[in-house]
Design a binder for this molecule. Structure first.
Ligand SMILES: [Fe+2]
Length: 437
């Protein structure tokens, strides 16, 4: 790739900021977006992430200057994928129990990122621009000359094992576990292991709804949680090798489609705009908690939010539980027992989650659907109830939650694929009635 940059050299400052980047000096037109002839014989192409008339503060679009326009692709033919699902009921009912999955091993055969996707939970409908899905990815080989584009939603990658090299139309991003990558709806990309020969695995949140953005900060003020400047966009980079056959895979209306292409689609030499992919290091998250007693609702850990049409009821919140100090006085410090009208799907990147020190394993998943009771297991309850409340660092851990106002439906693979933890409920069985008057 010409113009490719190192992992630390991204363009700082996502969400609303305007970037420009050129892999060849002079490739970016100045003063106008579509001059009669773009520099160096490039084609101008507009990628709109919002309706043209979206309010200015929410409007997202990027101008691309490329060797060939992306209309030079197709025709597409349907592509079978047994385990990638979208918004359908998938023939199974949702048990009203807390659900948990053990880490799912990589497939025996060698799969790339697209073939290795497995949908675990899903809701909504991409045609209605509502809902979200949580998939697992597991890849043991690169995508090679294959590019993927998801028209149904944007994708949030949460690496759990192995570093990724993510090639996009706008350039290349690198992400290791602890970092996340946001890929806008409609933008071509490919995901490869950063280290050749290494397997990678992790989670994907596919968001059919309004694009992820930073949450409002309210009384927190003008700083805190995820800060804009820590979202890094790539520098422009394009394939400069000889033309060779490529395959384009397009997720469109819940179906995968494939088409041959005569040359690399990663041919954007320059771009400018505010619709970009990002990488974000969760270690940059400014975690806020109590300095007196109790602890705030977990919404205080929201990194990104996709609002629905009802204020405060998110289509999807992406929330993390990173290392942090626990200092609350006279307080049960782990999460409380609760029932929530919102549906909560959690994953664990590494370490232990404080409400479940055993059983919830890195690479695993849990689902606590709308109004399904959950909370600390009996061990965590007993330990936290008796603990000396000195300041304590909860360290070496990263869990995350995808929370949605709509019920999340596990797929048939999730429920019947052999990875469901059938004894999950046992973790609460030892909780006794301790009532004494
Ligand atoms: Fe919860």
């Amino acid at each position: 790739m010409t113009g490719s940059s190192t992992p630390a050299e991204g363009l700082h400052g996502g969400f609303g900021n305007h970037f420009s980047s050129e892999a060849v000096p002079g490739a970016l037109p100045q003063g106008r977006n579509s001059p009669q002839r773009a520099p160096f014989g490039l084609y101008a192409e507009l990628l709109s992430g919002t309706a043209f008339t979206a309010p200015r503060h929410a409007n997202q679009r990027t101008w691309l200057y490329r060797r060939q326009p992306s209309v030079r692709s197709g025709p597409y033919a349907p592509m079978a994928h047994a385990l990638l699902k979208t918004g359908s009921k998938d023939g199974v009912d949702i048990p009203p129990d807390p659900l948990r999955w053990h880490p799912i091993p990589l497939a025996n055969e060698s799969l790339d990122f697209v073939d290795g996707l497995r949908t675990m939970v899903v809701n909504g409908d991409p045609d209605a621009q509502t809902g979200v899905a949580v998939h697992l990815y597991g890849a043991s080989r690169p995508m090679g000359n294959r590019a993927f584009v998801d028209v149904d939603g944007e994708l949030l990658l949460i690496p759990q094992e192995g570093a990724l090299r993510v090639t996009t139309e706008l350039g290349v991003l690198h992400a290791a576990p602890g970092e996340i990558v946001l890929l806008p709806r409609g933008m071509l990309f490919k995901v490869d292991p950063a280290v050749p020969g290494e397997s990678v695995r992790g989670y994907v949140c596919e968001n059919y709804g309004a694009a992820f953005r930073l949450p409002e900060l309210g009384p927190i003020g003008s700083n805190g949680l995820a800060n804009t400047r820590d979202f890094l966009a790539p520098h422009a980079a394009y394939d400069d090798g000889p033309a060779q056959p490529w395959e384009l895979v397009r997720k469109f209306g819940g179906t995968l489609w494939r088409a041959p292409a005569q040359a690399s689609p990663f041919n954007v030499v320059a771009w400018h705009g505010n619709l970009t992919p990002y990488v974000y290091d969760t270690r940059r998250f400014n975690t806020i908690g109590t300095v007196s007693f109790d602890h705030p609702d977990p919404s205080i850990f929201t990194v990104l939010t996709s609002p629905s049409d009802t204020p405060g009821w998110a289509n999807c919140d992406f929330v993390i539980f990173p290392p942090r100090w626990m200092v609350a006085e006279d307080t049960f410090r782990p999460p409380w027992y609760h029932r929530n009208v919102m549906s909560e799907c959690m994953g664990l990147v590494h370490g232990q989650y404080d409400a479940k020190e055993e059983g919830f394993r890195p690479g695993g998943l849990s689902l606590h659907n709308s109004m399904v009771p959950h909370g600390p297991d009996a061990d965590a309850f007993n330990k936290a109830s008796a603990a000396e409340l000195a300041p304590r660092k909860l360290d070496n851990t990263l869990a995350f939650m995808v929370e949605s106002r709509w019920r999340l439906r596990p797929t048939a693979f999730a429920l019947n694929g052999g990875h469901l933890d059938k004894s999950y409920a046992d973790c609460w069985a030892p909780l006794q009635d301790n009532f004494k008057v």
